[in-house]
Every structure is written in C-alpha cells, then in structure tokens.
Design a protein around this ligand. Structure first.
Ligand code: HEM
Length: 536
C-alpha cells in the first residue's frame, strides 16, 4: 500500500533515508574531516595573507558561492506541503488509474502553490494567477496534475508562452514594475491578442488575490483523457474545491499586506499545518464528457481559454486531498520539486490541446537546466515510490549505483526489465491522427469574447465593481493612450456596461463598440490584423 504506519506514507518512509540531523554533531568538512575552528582562516602570521592551503576555508566559501540555482522561469515563488489523496469510490469504469481505484488507499502527495510573475523573493499578495501543482506518488509511478487557480489560460498555443511571459514580466530595460501587472507591455500584448480576454477577466477579478491557499480552487485547465482497462477514453477536466470555500482579499488589504507581511499566504499555509487541528483540504471533482460528445459544444474542448460551464456538465466529486505535513527543508523539497504535465500514469492521457502539447515539452526541458541534468528525478522529493528500472546511466549527479553488468536492451546476459509481463503497463490511448502539416489556429478556437461575457454576466454587483476598479487601476498605469483605448474597445465586445464604466474611470470616451456583434471598429480591426498576421 502507498499509505503507511501511523499516518506515515510510503513517501515519508522513503524520505527517512535522506534525512540528516546536525544537532550535537562535530563540525567536519564535506570529506568528513573534523575541524576545530570555522571563525578564522589560516593565515601567514597574525596580520599576513590567507593561505591557499586552507582547504576548510576554500570548501566553505566555494560551497556558499554555488548555493543558488536558477529560479523557475515562471512560478518562481512558491510554498509546498505534503499530504495524501483518497478516492471516494472506485472509478474503474472510466479509468484504470490505480490510485483512483481503491477508497482504502491513501496516495502520498506533495503540493506546491505559487505566484506566476514575481521572482522568488516577491510578495505573496499580488494580483496574479496562482499555481496549484500536485505530485501524486502512486504505486504506478508519479502523476503530476500541474494546475492553476483559474480554469482558463491566456493563450491557446504554447508557442505564444514566451511572448506572453515576456509581456507579463517586468519590462526588460529597467525591470519595472516588479509586483503589479500594470504596465504597457502586458496590455499591449492583450490588446493585440484577444484570446487573452477571458483569462484577463479572471485576472481582474478577486480570484487573482486569494486570501489563503486554503481557500483557493485549482483547475487542471486542459481537457485530459481518462482511459479504462478496455482502452476506452472519456474527456475529463479536473477541479479542486477547497473545503473552506473560496475567499479572496480586497484590494486595500492587498496593498497593505505587501508591505506588512509579504509572506502572508506562505505563513498562513505553514502555520495552519503546524497547528495540525484543521489541515487544509480540497475535494477533487471531474467534468466528464463521453468521446462521442466531443463536438457538442459551441467552443472547442481542446481550447484552454474555455471552460465547460458547470450547468452544462456538472462537476462530479471523486476524492479528497489533505495537506498535513510541512516540508522539513524548503530548498530540498519546495525548490527542487519538479512537476511536469508529461508525468502521467496508466488510466490518464493527453489530448491534442496545443498548449498542453507544448507544456509536455517545456517542463522537462527547463528542469534539465534548473536542476542540473537528467538525474533530477533521483532528487528525493522527485523520486517515485514505485520502483525504477531502466538502462539510463551516468550523467551529472548520478546517485544510484547500478549493479547490473549490462545497460542495454535487448540483452541475454543479465536479463532485462522491458517486456516482462504487461500488467500495469502504460498504454498510449489509440487515437487516430491524420492531416497535412499546417501552421494555423483551428477556426473552432476563434471566439474570444463569448465566455468573457459569460464570466461578466455571472458576477454579482460588488464583484463587478471590483473588476471595474481593477481594470481602472491597471490601465491607469499604462502610458500609451492608444493601448488603453483599444482595451476599452475590447471590453465593449465583452459587455458595453463594463467598457463604459472602465472608460469613465480612465477619462476616456465611451467605446465606439457597443455590441458583442460589432467587430467593425477601426482600432480593433487594426489590432486584429496584427493578430492575424501572427496567427497565420
Ligand atoms: C511552471 C501551471 C502553461 C511552462 C508552472 C507551475 C505551474 C504551472 C503550477 C509551477 C510548478 C511548480 O510549483 O513547481 C501552468 C498551467 C498552464 C501552464 C496551468 C496552462 C494551462 C505553461 C506553458 C508553458 C509553461 C504553455 C510553456 C510552453 C512552465 C515552465 C515552468 C512552469 C517552464 C517552470 C517549471 C520549473 O522550472 O520547474 N506552470 N503552466 N507553462 N510552467 Fe506552466
């Protein structure tokens, strides 16, 4: 069983082997040689030069000089916690995933919550998306559900991710602004790339300033696929719902907290888990769409800028996750954990969402540099609890002493792992793929406004006020007037009321576009021409 004695999981027991306590031990070098003095370097005479032969000095300084590794290119600031996941009832009719088959099984998890834009040392309470990444240490290997606290993404194709992130991050010449997303480059990108608009509505809402990680929803965003033992697929969207409900800060609190307690969300998570009485808890839910209903929607299931409205496909609760143990070392666990959408287990598979396909490449690629080469899956926090057998060898930071005399397949000398039995083997979903090579967005991805309108219409009066105020605050910081004007025109295509109120706050004329069906505005067609030239 993945679960363990006295609430300890298989992952806890695996980590035991790596834990080191230094209390009450004598000081040594990395080579285990005891040293008596770590306050004074070895010098030639009391006031003379430091001697090169002082190996303790050199080792200590060298190690310090090399302490930093690159921070994540996005989601650099994060907080992690251990816990477990338990399914409510077997889901064997729709997926053969082992961890979703047995309600008695507690699967160990490690979750990392994060902001996206800021650097490692930035404040928690900024207006931003929050990452919600979960590593399930299943008996069939590691499964990563690398989600966010918003159900939609700003772009449809991963090839735009570097552009979006460059536009979102501080401007390149002066690295300003660090905290808020209010600046010309972001809004320039948004007005030229209207597929961002649905996401931007979420970003301007209170969802972007969560009160606590404990009161935050999580979403897998993409449509994934469950696959059962007969090889039959079902489309699935994942939802995490916090037991405590969804709660946000208000903007005044955000501004004050950034000064008073930049660790506000991190501290809240840590202290709650330390107290132990009410460990943070989420329910995992799924929206399921039978394969034959793939084209029943007025949007494309492969488009990550769209939700499936819950009124159309209800969310079915399938299990719960409890986070009940803090990491023992931030760097070893929270910083070195490496999530990847391509880490899937039998019973779960991808779809052709072009954003997901890009992610499947990007995470492993970036971790090769961030964590120093291909052996990072051997770092304790990343190690599966399932056994690992293969012929991967050598490379930087190899931690395993492989005892086999062979490291190739097939081999007739020491036997080999591939091909021994087929039980529990990952089988790629048998999707038929056909088509000419093409570099063009599917027309089924073309409606960038309807779900933004749906979002606006679903808001209460005070939620709308907060959204209008957020747009006003953000766009007031934009220097170029034409960017503000085009933004207001886009908002007019979402809802004239939204556009009118934002325009009034910015001292701009009411937008020329007053109906979602009116896309003839000169400014917008200029923007769209620029967009189309990118998209085709
Ligand atoms: C990191 C979510 C799209 C590239 C992350 C993390 C999360 C996340 C939660 C932080 C993981 C952690 O805590 O360590 C998402 C979601 C996306 C999305 C939900 C869309 C639905 C993309 C795309 C790309 C990308 C399209 C690139 C094509 C990265 C990279 C990192 C990252 C490079 C840093 C990973 C590391 O250094 O370990 N993302 N992301 N993401 N994401 Fe994404």
């Amino acid at each position: 069983k993945a679960t363990g004695d006295g609430g300890r999981t298989a992952k806890d027991r695996q980590l035991d082997g790596y834990r080191v306590s230094q209390e009450g031990t004598a000081l040594t070098t990395d080579q285990g040689v005891r040293v008596a003095d770590t306050d004074n370097s070895l010098s030639a005479g009391e006031r003379g030069p430091t001697l090169l032969e002082d190996f303790h000095f050199r080792e200590k300084i060298t190690h310090f000089d090399h302490e930093r590794i690159p921070e994540r290119v996005v989601h650099a600031r994060g907080s992690g916690a251990h816990g477990y996941f338990q399914v409510y009832e077997p889901l064997t009719d729709i997926t053969c995933a082992d961890f979703l088959s047995d309600p008695a099984l507690k699967t160990p998890v490690f979750v990392r919550f994060s902001t996206v834009q800021g650097s490692r040392g930035s404040a928690d309470t900024v207006r931003d998306v929050r990452g919600f990444a979960t590593k399930f240490y299943t008996r069939q290997g590691v499964y990563d559900l690398v989600g966010n606290n918003m159900p939609v993404f700003p772009i449809q194709d991963g090839i735009k991710f570097p552009d979006f992130v460059h536009a979102l991050k501080p401007e390149p010449h002066n690295e300003i602004p660090q905290a808020q997303s209010a600046h010309d480059t972001l809004w320039d990108f948004v007005q030229l790339q209207p597929e961002t608009l649905h996401f931007i509505m979420w970003l301007m809402s209170d969802r972007a300033i969560p009160r606590s990680y404990r009161t935050m929803q999580g979403f897998g965003v993409h449509t994934f696929r469950f696959v059962n033992a007969r090889g039959e697929g079902t489309f699935v969207k994942f939802h995490w719902k916090p037991r405590l409900g969804v709660h946000s800060l208000v903007w005044d609190e955000v501004l004050r907290l950034q000064g008073n307690d930049p660790d506000f969300n991190r501290r809240d998570l840590w202290e709650t888990i330390e107290r132990g009485s009410t460990p943070p808890e989420w329910e995992l839910g799924v929206q399921l769409v039978p394969e034959e209903n793939e084209h029943d929607f007025d949007f494309d299931l492969l488009d990550p800028t769209k939700i499936i409205p819950e009124e159309v496909v209800p969310v079915r609760p399938i299990g719960k996750m409890v986070l009940d143990r803090n990491p023992e070392n931030f760097f070893a666990e929270t910083e070195q954990v490496a999530f990847c959408t391509a880490n899937i287990v039998p019973g779960i598979d991808f779809t052709n969402d072009p954003l997901l396909q890009a992610r499947n490449f990007s995470y492993l690629d970036t971790q090769l540099i961030r964590l120093g080469g291909p052996n990072f899956p051997q770092i304790p926090i990343n190690r599966p609890v399932a056994p690992v057998h293969n012929d991967h060898r050598d490379a930087y930071h190899q931690m395993t002493i492989h005892r086999s005399r062979t490291n190739y397949a097939p081999n007739s000398i020491s036997g080999g792992c591939p091909g021994i039995g087929s039980h529990g083997v990952f089988q790629h979903y048998q999707e038929r793929v056909d088509g000419h090579k093409i570099r063009r967005r599917s027309p089924s991805f073309g409606d960038h406004y309807s779900q933004a309108t749906l979002f606006w219409n679903s808001m209460s009066g005070w939620e709308k006020e907060h959204i209008v105020a957020a747009f006003q605050f953000e766009l007031a910081h934009v220097e170029r007037r034409y960017i503000k004007e085009r933004m207001v025109e886009h908002l007019g295509l979402i809802h004239p009321d939204l556009a009118g109120r934002v325009a009034a706050g910015l001292g701009l004329p009411a937008p020329a576009v007053t109906s979602v069906h009116d896309r003839s505005s000169p400014a917008l067609s200029q923007a769209r021409t620029a967009f189309d030239s990118i998209a085709t």
